[in-house]
Design a protein. Structure first.
Length: 287
């Protein structure tokens, strides 16, 4: 409909331009018609427009009918009045072009304003829908895989990985009251309130930053994409708490953020591309 209105405005402006040309054409022919009558000639090719000029002159004669003789010729000023009328029509068409242009500009401005308001309403509705959809994702899984740090892996130091794992699990249970299940050679914790993930991250970073002789590779996956979680686990990012892009995006919709996120790489798996991100403490690296 908008394009149709623009075509109508364009057509009107073209029409007024055409009428301006018609006015100029009529003025030129009227001057020739006047010369014809002054010289008592008869130019048959003016016959097509003679009725129009006769009617126009009948009107202008009522407006200004002065006439006088000059060298045997009768000059009737009604012709001059007719020329002035046609010139007035020319400028009237010019005025109509300006008015049509202003109306078009007003319409376009109103249309763009309404469209912007409509887009804002749609965007707001879409944003609310996205927020609602993301906030509905509550469940998430945390996997922890451990390995003795190289400097503590010598047999003579007698550090037992299983014993260290038990200490880790006991500490997490003490803080979060949750036990893990064995998963892919490590441990999986399942949670059902992503909005409070910062509380879990507090514990995970305490574990990772402890003086224990083991390294931790921690992965977090929101929702239930286990294949993506398995890919994260296979990356073996020790010393980091990592996640995929969907989990990172979900974290942005939490009300509070005690941690920030940073992309660490892009990986391919099963003909898919996965972005890997990590959680970082706010005070880490001067942030």
């Amino acid at each position: 409909m908008h394009k149709l209105y623009l075509k109508i405005f364009g057509g009107l402006k073209s029409f007024w331009q055409f009428m301006k040309i018609v006015c100029v054409f009529c003025i030129m022919l009227l001057l020739l018609f006047w010369i014809q009558n002054l010289t008592n000639a008869e130019w048959k090719w003016l016959g097509f427009i003679t009725p129009f000029f006769n009617n126009l002159l009948a009107v202008t004669d009522n407006i200004y009918s002065l006439k006088f003789d000059f060298w045997g010729a009768v000059f009737e000023l009604k012709y001059l009045s007719a020329v002035i009328v046609l010139i007035g029509c020319f400028y009237f068409m010019n005025l109509m072009i300006i008015i049509t242009t202003l109306i078009e500009a007003g319409y376009v401005s109103t249309y763009l304003t309404c469209k912007k308001v409509e887009e804002n309403i749609i965007n707001k509705s879409l944003q609310e829908s996205i927020i609602k959809q993301e906030k509905s994702i509550k469940k998430y899984a945390v996997t922890i895989h451990t390995a003795l740090k190289p400097k503590f892996s010598h047999a003579e130091l007698k550090f037992d990985l299983n014993e260290q794992n038990k200490l880790m699990k006991d500490f997490i249970y003490e803080k979060l009251r949750i036990d893990p299940t064995d998963y892919e050679g490590g441990f999986m914790y399942s949670f059902d309130n992503f909005d409070k993930i910062d509380d879990v991250l507090d514990v995970l970073f305490k574990v990772m930053n402890s003086t224990a002789p083991i390294d931790y590779a921690i992965c977090i996956q929101s929702g239930g994409d286990m294949k993506q979680l398995n890919k994260l686990i296979s990356l073996k990012y020790f010393g980091k708490v990592i996640m995929a892009a969907d989990t990172c995006y979900r974290y942005k919709f939490n009300t509070t953020h005690r941690y920030y996120t940073s992309q660490i790489g892009i990986f391919q798996y099963e003909n898919r591309t996965m972005e890997a991100h990590e959680f970082k403490q706010i005070n880490q690296e001067g942030v």
